[in-house]
Ligand binder design. Sequence first.
Ligand code: ADP
Length: 609
Amino acid sequence: MTASVSGPSNWALMRRLMAFGWQYRARCVQVFLCQIVLLALGMAALGLTGLGIDYIRHEIQPDAPPPHWPFGIAPPAAWTPMTVVVVIAVVLLALAGLRALFNFAYSLGAAALIERHLMVALRSRVYDKLQRLSFRFFDDYASGSIINRVTGDSRGVGNFVSNVLIQGIIMFLSLAVYLAYMFSIHARLALVCLATTPLLWIVSTIFSRVVQPQYRRNRELVDDMILKLTESVQGIQTIKGFAREREQAAVFARSNEAVREQQQSIFWRVSAFVPTIGFLTQINIFLLLAYGGHLVIVNQLPLGAGLVVFAGLLQQFSGQIANFASIANTIQQSLTGARRVFEVLDAPVDIVNVPDARPIARAQGDIRFDSVTFAYQPGEPVLEDVSFETHPGECLAILGATGSGKTTLLSLIPRFYDPTRGRVFLDGADLRELDLDGLRRNIGVVFQESFLFSNTIAANIAFGHPDAGQEEIERAARIAAAHDFIMAMPRGYDTLLREGGKDLSGGQRQRLALARAILLDPAILLLDDPTAAVDPHTETEILAAVEQAMTGRTTLMVASRISTARRADRILVLDHGRVAQLGTHDELARADGPYRRALELQFAEVLSR
Ligand code: ADP
């Protein structure tokens, strides 16, 4: 699953984005003020240019209408025409200098707003939310899509604030000023020149309808490409081992090509849209020269303050309308990104503390499953009507075929998932009523393949308890039978693990994971087949370490081999998500059932060797 197409309407999204931008209103206002000053300076320069032209025309053609000095500020009579022209030119130059300065301030302000404040805040919000989301979310969304949402899509939201909100308000404001100026010069001329404007709106609307689904598709294709890339990096060993480099490269190339093709088709549409808008606005200039030129000739419009200023205004007007095209384009992009970012921010966190969650200090370790049914997908139960109880300090092995639901059963205890039906109790209390952090602090988990971070060995062991001292870390490592191999490394506990500890053997990684769980001194230890990926010799070593680690804790251990399971106090046999048998090794070995059959099979194997 990548992005869902349905969801909030564009308007609802825009309102939400505006509310998001509103948090940065003070900074937006700063950026905005720069633009208002720029607008005022631009208008002043245009007016002054018109005035200069009218002045020169009047000097060389005394019967032409005299210039209309604004606010009654005329040059002193003592100044020669040359002085007046030079002064006007110098003021124009000064205005240009000021505009450059404010443009610089605007760019700096806008970049700081987006890069330093908005994007940082948004990325951390998405990241924080990802940390709180339950496993179900990660089951549903591909990792490429999640990464793309933090990096790419949040940029879309940032762009909305800078390129849509701020630019949009500036655009409307500028258009209003240009229009007012044009109408104050000559209302009829303004009406004639703006006759094509409605066409611009129609073209823009058609464009946005066509292009929005395309942007959405684009993000999905990019998700897929990132997924292919991360899979090839993570699975490089398998790829090389099976000599599938060429095929994998082809898979990536196809995905890459799909993105390129799609971008090309968006590019085509954008490329056609911008010049269309440009052409429509040029029609205005044609109308101005035809009708405005006539007005100047019949002396109804001054040449400078009328026609020249009008031409300038129309050019600016067209510029802003073209800007409208790019704003419309950004709106589509941003809405697509925003929809995907908000999907993460809005995803329900289904595993939460109830309002009056019971705090939990040290648990006894009495775990009880009461008619528990669990399904990842509705209607496809993976566990059905599972009931059993462990006693504090007991070790229970869970045995069953692959896919029988062993890992799933373990994951209900730290509440990685909640049961679909039935309840799980710890020391007589429903897990859902207990404080979640407190519950998880009581549980140490060793997964089939434990994740190690690119940090020192000591930091990896102390992951769940970063304040632990060196002594505690070493004690945990000794119990986990990891101390010796750690000390044999050049820098001991300070050895930096490369990505995921890939320079360690499977058995070493498992022992570090075990030490990490032991350091928490948990009341409950969950071991998900810790010897699944190791050779028989390492298995014996790890099991010896596990036996040490189990003392004083309730341990649930998934086992795929009887040799592992028989060391436990009791054994629970799962069959297609149901409890098939539960008892000690001796009891189960005597009873007629799957355990004895597995045992006989194993003996037969040993005998036939
Ligand atoms: P076991 O540990 O006994 O091999 P699991 O508990 O891992 O079995 O899986 C039981 C069943 O649930 C399998 O059919 C598996 O495909 C399915 N399953 C496991 N994890 C998920 C998941 N995150 N989403 C959907 N189905 C899952």
